[in-house]
Write a protein that binds this ligand. Structure first.
Ligand code: JB2
Length: 233
């Protein structure tokens, strides 16, 4: 394992999320990242906060040969965490170490567990007994109360709040400013819309919106839990 001072880091994805990420890396006292890879060719050669966008993900093996040791996911992936998951698995495939980033202005209990590659942004609160898997984002100002359990690749967006003992399934997305009542279960791949207030369990892959949160109605159907076509058994 490399130390923070030795880490040579590449960021995968160079949009808005990457800016907060690079700032957080810097303020956490880690070494400044050396490169960004981005899928958008028109951005190659540009800089984000002084870090150059060198090219696309196909450069990853070359960077490993050049001595890069770590990666961080620069993609926020609003509403769909599968691209973040794919990039995370790509970094691991090349034996890079996922950088775990905790902004110094985040409040994190020493009794909270934070998995590899997770990103804890400014103003967020993670209380005692909370457990976060790998590649989880707790975005700016979000609250994860005591004994919540978040699986891999979950994103709790800006200002969202999980009351105590909430369980969030793999890859689920809790939208900006949403609130989830205590003891509820948010299923794998579910999406809670921005500003929603969730007062009952959300099934896997469902999309819920509003106050109180209700499943999105599919055109022409009765109100029932919405499951994207590709996710139906
Ligand atoms: O497969 C990929 C890939 N797919 C998209 N590989 C790599 N290396 N890069 C990828 N990207 C790139 O991620 C896009 O080309 C784009 O430059 C970047 C995403 O930038 P964008 O600003 O569109 O989204 P974001 O995910 O950085 O930020 C969103 O989510 C945040 C959580 C924004 O909506 C923010 O406002 C929000 N705070």
């Amino acid at each position: 394992m490399t130390t923070q001072a030795e880490a040579v880091c590449v960021i995968l994805g160079g949009g808005g999320h990457a800016q907060v990420l690079i700032d957080s890396i810097h303020l956490s006292g880690m070494r400044w990242p050396q490169a960004i890879l981005d899928a958008d060719q028109s951005r190659w050669g540009q800089m984000i906060l002084g870090v150059p966008i060198l090219g696309g993900d196909e450069l990853l093996p070359e960077l490993v040969r050049r001595g890069f040791t770590c990666f961080a996911i620069g993609l926020g992936g609003i509403g769909d965490n599968r691209p973040r998951q794919r990039l995370f698995e790509l970094g691991l495939f090349y034996h890079l170490e996922p950088l775990t980033i905790i902004h110094p202005a985040a409040i994190r209990s020493q009794w909270a567990e934070i998995g590899p590659g997770s990103q804890i942004f400014p103003g967020s609160i993670i209380n005692a007994g909370a457990r976060l898997g790998q590649n989880v984002i707790i975005n700016s100002g979000a609250i994860v109360e005591h004994e919540c359990s978040l699986s891999d690749h979950v994103h709790v967006a800006t200002g969202a709040r999980l009351a105590s003992t909430v369980q969030v399934g793999r890859g689920a997305h809790i939208g900006a400013g949403a609130t989830v009542k205590q003891c509820l279960i948010i299923g794998e791949g579910a999406i809670v819309g921005a500003g929603a207030t969730v007062i009952k369990n959300v099934p896997a892959h469902a999309v819920v919106v509003g106050v109180p949160a209700r499943p999105l109605r599919q055109a022409g159907s009765e109100c029932e839990w919405f499951i994207p076509e590709e996710e139906k058994p």
